[in-house]
Design a protein around this ligand. Structure first.
Ligand code: GAP
Length: 449
């Protein structure tokens, strides 16, 4: 066999195209021409996203000291005054008076260095003005100032306002954490790069409440734990790094912060934020609600407002990172120099939207009956797909491209030996396995990753 060269993803366009073709992600409202920067997850994408959420949820809530919540998107408007979002959650916006482009002044190279429009190069620009990123709407039938309400720009505030509810009901002692997964909304000035930055997105956030003075230690611990998570799910570690925030980058609530950055095809960019939020949020909520949010440490008979270490990752951005990292093209050349390209998504089996595909070698009923029943039996324990169309080689390739770790072929020998051929995505090796042992065999192999 000729040598295999591996090509990695170099542009997002390849992934956007695969996502649409195979049903991972579609443009939102596509039949109406689409809605800018909004995306829908298709049959495979929604399962992949669910698997990513479950992996994160397990990593958090199966710890002894972390519970989960599912808080409402709409919150009391004073929450956002207390949190600082009404006054401080804004980006500097500049208008080009010639081409009418609006852009963010703080991360636009041509503006920062040359005071020029990034679109047309004009210097005829407005003064920067602060643009609040929160989406506003109205609660109830009357649209007046008193009914203004916001779509949450982060899930974190749901954790803070439920700090006491969770502590009392779980009887946790500090340190303990609260985790949540949910939609957040930001009226971003420059969304884009597929699902990297959108106006509606899902966050997976965890707030870890600690005794003041132990916060720096816990900050380091959570940096390590989050890196372990990425390693466990097979990220190529050379594509991940920490980026500590300098004083000008820190969010209004943060005492210290570090980004986990991933090397996306658009360059090194934030994947997750880990923040030391100090006692900022609980102190603010005490002040604005009038409720005492101190914690009583029974062992030492002392009261204090806990510090908070936050881990915050966008689910959509993590899905994108997993897809980018998993994508590879295995290229072989024949004697005439003709290239054969095998596209593989090397997803961790826990994340792969389909775990096993059952493929009858022919469409003869004696095989399809067995294969269909086998798919149904396997699907009691894992996501299983059935495919009988096209040659077996083409069907393998289809599964490789969506990250299916195993293909199971039912052939005429199966009628005699009640066994099937299992083909492995990454090595393409094949093994004969008894049907009666198949579920256990696949489950064991998935654990080996
Ligand atoms: N509670 C803290 C917080 O929200 P953040 O750094 O603003 O911190 C956390 O957001 C994570 O949420 C980011 O690292 C990113 O993964 C994701 N995120 C933020 N804005 C996003 C957007 N417009 N589109 C997609 N994901 C976004």
């Amino acid at each position: 066999m000729s040598e295999v060269t591996v090509r990695r993803l170099t542009d997002l366009a390849t992934l956007v195209s695969l996502s649409k073709r195979r049903g991972f992600v579609f443009q939102s409202s596509e039949i109406y021409g689409g809605l800018s920067s909004c995306w829908d997850y298709g049959p495979l994408g929604s399962q992949l996203k669910l698997n990513v959420k479950q992996a994160w949820w397990r990593a958090m809530t199966r710890r002894r000291e972390i519970c989960g919540i599912d808080a409402a998107i709409l919150m009391h408007p004073t929450v956002w005054k207390a949190s600082g979002h009404v006054d401080g959650f804004s980006d500097p916006l500049v208008d080009c008076k010639d081409c009418k482009t609006r852009f963010r002044a703080d991360n636009t190279e041509s503006y920062l260095n040359h005071q020029k429009c990034p679109n047309c190069g004009s210097k005829n620009l407005s003064e920067p003005r602060q643009f609040n990123l929160m989406f506003k709407t109205h609660m109830g039938p009357v649209e007046d100032q008193g009914s203004v309400i916001y779509l949450r720009p982060e899930t974190a505030q749901g954790h803070f306002v439920n700090f006491q509810n969770c502590q009392v009901t779980t009887r946790y002692k500090i340190p303990f954490g609260i985790a949540a997964i949910g939609k957040s909304f930001r009226n971003e000035i420059t969304p884009g790069n597929f699902i990297f930055r959108t106006r509606e997105f899902e966050q997976m956030e965890m707030q870890y409440f600690v005794k003041p003075g132990t916060d720096e230690k816990w900050f380091d611990t959570w940096k390590e734990l989050r890196f372990c998570f990425y390693k466990k799910y097979g990220f190529r570690m050379e594509n991940l790094r920490f980026h500590p925030h300098g004083p000008t980058e820190l969010a209004h609530y943060a005492k210290a912060a570090v980004d986990v950055q991933y090397l996306f095809p658009i360059g090194w960019s934030e994947l997750e934020g880990i923040h030391n939020r100090s006692d900022f949020d609980l102190t603010q909520h005490s002040k604005f609600s009038g409720k005492n949010l101190e914690y009583f440490d029974e062992a030492n008979k002392e009261k204090f407002v806990p510090y908070v270490i936050e881990t915050a990752v966008g689910c959509d951005r993590l899905v994108l990172a997993f897809l980018c990292d998993a994508y590879r093209e295995e290229v072989t050349k024949d004697d005439k120099g003709q290239e054969d390209i095998r596209v593989v998504l090397g997803l961790h089996p826990e994340l792969a939207p389909v775990k096993v595909a059952v493929l009858p070698l022919s469409k003869k009923e004696e095989l399809t009956n067995i294969a269909e029943k086998l798919r149904d039996d396997l699907s009691l324990d894992m996501e299983a797909e059935y495919d009988e169309s096209a040659s077996i080689g083409k069907r393998y390739r289809r599964q490789d491209e969506i990250g299916t770790p195993f293909c199971v072929t039912v052939d005429f020998e199966t009628l005699n030996d009640q066994a099937v051929t299992v083909r492995h995505r990454d090595t393409m090796k094949q093994e004969r396995v008894a049907i009666s042992q198949l579920t256990q065999y696949l489950q064991a192999k998935m654990k080996e990753f």
